[in-house]
Design a protein around this ligand. Sequence first.
Ligand code: T4K
Length: 402
Amino acid sequence: MNQRLEDLAILGGKPTFEHQLHVGRPNIGNRDFFLSQVNEVLDNRWLTNSGPKVNEFERKIEEYIGVKHAIAITNGTVALELLIRAAGIKGEVIIPSFTFVACAHAFQWQEIKPVFCDIDPNTHNIDPLEIEKHITPNTTAIMGVHLWGRSCNIEVLEQISKKHNLKLMFDASHAFACSYKGKMIGNFGIGEVFSFHATKFFNTLEGGAIVTNDDELASKIRLMKNFGFQGYDNVTYIGTNGKMNEISASMGLTSFNSIDSFIAKNKENYYLYKNEFDKIDGIKLIDYSDSERNNYQYIACEIEEQKFGMSRTELIDILIKENILARKYFFPGIHKMEPYRSLYPYSSMFLQETEKLANKIISFPTGTAMDYNSIMLVTNLVSFIHQYAGEIKNKLQEAYVS
Ligand code: T4K
């Protein structure tokens, strides 16, 4: 643990961690089970195209979420594109800017205009009170993103979409195994999308799923993810290749076996971080509601520069030198990235809360790769940095000038 300023790696000391700590370090379930599944896949000589592992994985998701249809897809981004296209969303769609860039790409890729709406600073999710000012005659849909796994204000979004005859869909990439008012996420809107990317707490290497209770929409997506084939030689619809392969589904089945322990570990990590960060002025970890099911997969904090003593960016620069790869999810906001910055240059006017949050958010490493000792080292270091923030900044300034 750093006792002196000179011990900080940014000031010439040895990094706290020999190896890098990552925010998205994958959770790996039972290796033997996974390898036995892979062996079965190889023995079957059925590697993709709705094989037995994908079918089993889809039925497991349906059962877990209590939803009628789960369609396993190559990744979360293609899943979004497919749901958007199958639902006939066109023109303009209202989405938050404070999220991962794929949320906008999935629309813009299909020449649908993403219209960026501000967030509620308390929830980090799309602010329902801001939505109506963005509705135009071209608006056809709203997409909420359950950021950090905390659900959007679904009830109010349903009211708004109903009032204006808009489709409502959700990006639930962060919210697998989470609930809203006791009902599992995945049951809302016309459909919802999960990401099972390696960095998600529940992974299929790469992967995603579309879940819906709409039979017609589900059949359409099943066709579209397989080039529109309805049986051999018969294409009935424009489609793409969005199929999950059998090895990814095997990883999904493996992740299912450990899902409770992954969540328990994330929860334990979350409360360790919370306990320590609550003692430090100027750093606030997001809350998860005790009355909902949560996966606790993000240790997302806000840094109040005045109280903490330095900015989020200054803190991250110091942590990276210590081999703690904390991230600025989701800086700077999609509207400030290309092509959106050039296409929609006036978006900033409506995104004050998004911009404020993007400048103070920081995500810390968690998951099964983190243990008690490493979390205590991280939190003690953050506490030390806070305590000596002024001195550290002066020393960095001196080093910069000389
Ligand atoms: N919607 C939302 C709200 C999303 O957050 C995402 C994805 C999507 C849609 C799209 O879903 P997918 O098409 O991805 O299924 C990462 C992930 O790549 C991305 O899936 C995720 N959101 C986003 C929040 O985070 P990057 O650019 O930060 O990834 P990268 O490569 O920097 O990895 C993050 C950290 O994890 C690094 O420190 C390295 C570490 N890592 C990563 C991988 C892949 C490992 O330790 N092992 C690994 O295997 O986007």
